[in-house]
Write a protein of this length. Structure first.
Length: 363
């Protein structure tokens, strides 16, 4: 036993070093947009109805399907995926005790109403059919000993940049052909494209501040033309790529985009005009001054023109504490998943009528 102790404590020390060496969160950036119209909004009170004894912890992901059902992916004492009806009534739990569930990050629904859970704890992307059966898995859960072996001497974890493995991926989106786009994420700092069968097609990106460089690509969305919108959180911008992952533009005036979504939902079922939404979120641990100009959600044209904004940091209904993911299938009905308020909200938008103070949200 004595001979094993140095090895055991060495493993513990390495694991501790890994936990201390995660990529640092970038400083919160004040949104530079000025004179932004405020969009009146209201939260539907007590919308989500949980069964007795069922609670949610950190609400990480939220999405809807073509029938108006809502899916909530959250971290409590375990990672769980819940489904609710259009009226917020709890329907069922999906995938409990699934090998791919460890640390929820986001959830999306594709054009065929398949449910995709993005789990950063297992480095896995799990596709469920509408009945809740697993259809596909991309990525692989790493065993603990391999995690330790992959750490270089300085204790930081380097991303793999492999075709079929991730480094704490963050989100997933789909184009009209069913191609799959993954923001990968905390360690790899890249965007990966697969075809609808899960076959690798292309990957772009590395850590940095230039075009096609990322500092935590935290969320991803597509429009009907196949353009890809990446919430480049640490660089305080949305990067726009074409369908082949070539760079097109940067939108830099809406703060730190923790969550992005494009209205209309996946598939050609809603041919109406599409809008881009981006949440300028930050954690409660941000400097006190940061809370004065964070929390708002921006509504934009797809070319980056700001239409208006709604919300602010806070705990009350209609206020937000770190929106981690949004659903905007209906451009006037926004679902938000919040980390620090341990809740999701249904938000109803009205016509923008007033103008904010300068600096895009300073109060």
């Amino acid at each position: 036993m004595k001979r094993l102790l140095p090895l055991v404590f060495g493993v513990i020390a390495l694991a501790g070093a890994a936990s201390l060496a995660l990529p640092p969160l970038a400083a919160q950036t004040r949104a530079t947009a000025t004179n932004v119209p405020v969009i009146p909004h209201e939260a539907v009170p007590n919308f989500f109805k949980h069964p007795p004894g069922v609670y949610t912890g950190e609400n990480m992901g939220i999405t809807t399907n073509s029938k108006g059902h809502i899916f909530m992916y959250h971290r409590a004492y375990e990672t769980r995926l819940f489904e609710y009806g259009p009226d917020g009534t709890f329907i069922r739990e999906i995938g409990r005790n699934n090998y791919g569930f460890a640390f929820a990050h986001s959830v999306r629904v594709d054009a065929e109403d398949n449910i995709w859970a993005v789990d950063e704890g297992t480095d896995m992307l799990i596709k469920f059919n509408p009945e809740g059966r697993v259809l596909m898995v991309i990525g692989r859960r790493e065993d603990p000993t391999q995690s330790i072996l992959n750490m270089p001497g300085n204790g930081s974890f380097h991303g793999r940049n492999e075709k079929y493995r991730f480094g704490r991926q963050t989100d997933v989106a789909f184009d009209q052909q069913g191609n799959i786009f993954v923001s990968d994420g905390y360690f790899d700092a890249r965007v990966v494209k697969y075809d609808k069968t899960g076959r690798f097609l292309k990957a772009v990106g590395k850590r940095g501040t230039g075009n096609l460089e990322f500092n935590t690509p935290h969320s991803i969305a597509t429009d009907f033309q196949g353009n890809v919108y990446v919430g480049d959180r640490g660089n305080a911008r949305v990067q726009v790529l074409d369908n082949n992952l070539n760079w097109k533009a940067n939108y830099t005036n809406v703060g730190n985009p923790w969550a992005v979504c494009v209205s209309g939902g996946p598939g050609p079922k809603n041919p109406g005009k599409q809008y881009l939404y981006s949440s300028n979120s930050w954690q409660d641990s941000a400097p006190a001054a940061g809370a004065e100009f964070t929390g708002e959600v921006y509504k934009m044209e797809l070319d980056g023109t700001i239409i208006g904004k709604f919300g602010r940091a806070g705990k009350a209904a209609g206020e937000f504490a770190t929106i981690h993911q949004m659903d905007c299938r209906d451009p006037n009905v926004i679902y938000t998943a919040e980390i620090n308020n341990w809740r999701s909200q249904k938000i109803l938008l009205k016509t923008a009528t007033t103008t904010s103070a300068p600096e895009g949200g300073a109060r």
